[in-house]
Design a protein around this ligand. Structure first.
Ligand code: DAH
Length: 399
């Protein structure tokens, strides 16, 4: 068996000869290892071991031939030969590591084959094997081998919380709706009572589909910036009463930071009937928050503004980390802002008047919440980007 020789003089000729000897020895051992891998008289484990021994002998960090070449040739040569010896050593490393991989790839083909198949191959008796039979023989499944573990995975935390929110409302008799992610200006803004020059309509905030300039403004397409357009779509489809929740993906032209992502998820809610009051809104959302965060959580409603609700409110929950005492997470206020809501503006009902939405007879409330935000609070996730990176080390914590 080949052993790495010490080199007396580092002349180019000596180096060439030494390298050629190493390559020849490598090829001889590569051939022998492959033969072992195909040997029908050796057991499967033994054949596998022969390949592993071959790999270790040549490329193992500890005392493999390549390592020895580094030690005996490169480290010991005088400074003026370093460059030449280094180039030779690199050349050998390239040839030998590629050769080991080639051999392993070839050997894999044989390692699992049964002895009778190997024997037929060894006699090169193609007719005995038959092309199709040969293939089948190779593809034969050995059910005594250990299986490959394929974990089935778990629901993504954002989807899981979205489903949880939806389930809370389903239990109160709400149905579930969906709408398109590519929306028109009409549904995303106009019918929700946004004035024509509202800043949200600007390309600074909203992602528009290109090449829509020739269309009337209300028909221009964009990626919906909230799930609220599905309120109108629902009311166009069904007369009152309505109780619906709408989970979905929304888009904004926001730069990515720890709490913002240009793509995120919302759950929208809408209830319309005769005699719906702000009390119904408060009671419904208070119940939902207790179901999501635990019965000790409190809610409060803070005046706000949305074009499609009047009056509008921001709903806050008592801080789920400190219970309302004040901490870093709630900025020492004891409260955390969670969603927008309000009584449906009569101007919105006017867009669906023809379908039984007469604002002198019916009323309703609506709300919209960010799913990522709620998930981050529930699971104390501090970076929104973790939800989108697909890193198993993060995701498996939700298993
Ligand atoms: N659409 C609002 C947003 O994305 C959230 C919202 C506020 C939805 C009030 C509502 C509502 O239905 O009544 O910021």
């Amino acid at each position: 068996m080949y052993t790495v020789p010490k080199i007396a003089d580092y002349s180019p000729e000596t180096l060439d000869r030494a390298a050629a000897e190493a390559v020849a020895a490598f090829h001889a051992e590569q051939k022998a290892a492959l033969e072992a891998a195909k040997n029908p008289d050796m057991g499967m484990v033994e054949r596998g071991n022969a390949m592993r021994a071959f790999r270790d002998r040549w490329v193992a960090r500890k005392n493999g031939v390549l390592t020895q070449i580094n030690e005996l040739w490169l480290k010991r040569c005088p400074g003026e030969s370093k460059r030449n010896v280094g180039q030779k050593a690199n050349y050998l490393r390239a040839i030998i590591s590629a050769g080991v991989e080639d051999a392993e790839r070839d050997a894999n083909f044989y390692l699992l084959a049964a002895p009778d198949v190997l024997r037929k191959l060894a006699t090169n008796d193609a007719s005995a094997l038959g092309a199709a039979d040969g293939r089948l023989a190779f593809e034969r499944l050995d059910i005594s081998l250990p299986g490959i573990h394929r974990p089935i995975g778990v629901k993504h935390p954002v989807l899981r919380v979205m489903d949880e929110i939806v389930a809370v409302f389903k239990a109160m008799g709400y149905s579930v709706g969906e709408g398109p992610e590519v929306e028109t200006d009409y549904y995303n803004f106009e019918s929700l009572n946004f004035p024509p020059n509202h800043p949200a309509r600007d390309t600074q905030d909203t992602l528009f589909i290109a090449g829509q300039e020739s269309k009337p403004a209300r028909d221009r397409l964009m990626l919906r910036t909230h799930t609220s357009p599905v309120q109108i779509r629902t009311m166009e489809q069904q007369p009152p009463p309505v109780r619906i929740v709408i989970p979905g993906k929304v888009h904004r032209n926001d730069p990515l930071d720890a709490t913002h992502s240009p793509v995120f998820h919302q759950v929208e809610g809408l209830a319309v009937d005769t005699n719906i009051t702000f009390c119904d809104l408060k009671g419904t959302l208070d119940h939902a928050m207790k179901a999501l965060f635990g019965s000790s959580v409190k809610t409060r409603f803070y005046p706000s503004f949305f074009p499609f609700t009047e009056p509008s409110a921001d709903m806050q929950v008592s801080c789920i980390f400190c219970g309302g005492k004040g901490c870093r997470k709630c900025k020492f206020s004891g409260w955390i802002e969670l969603l927008g809501c309000g009584m449906v503006d009569p101007n919105v009902f006017d867009f669906v008047k023809h379908n039984g939405y007469d604002s002198s007879k019916i009323s309703g409330f609506a709300f919209g919440m960010g799913v990522e935000r709620i998930t981050m609070l529930k699971y104390e996730v501090e970076e929104i980007q973790l939800f989108y990176e697909g890193d198993v080390r993060f995701l498996e914590q939700f298993a």
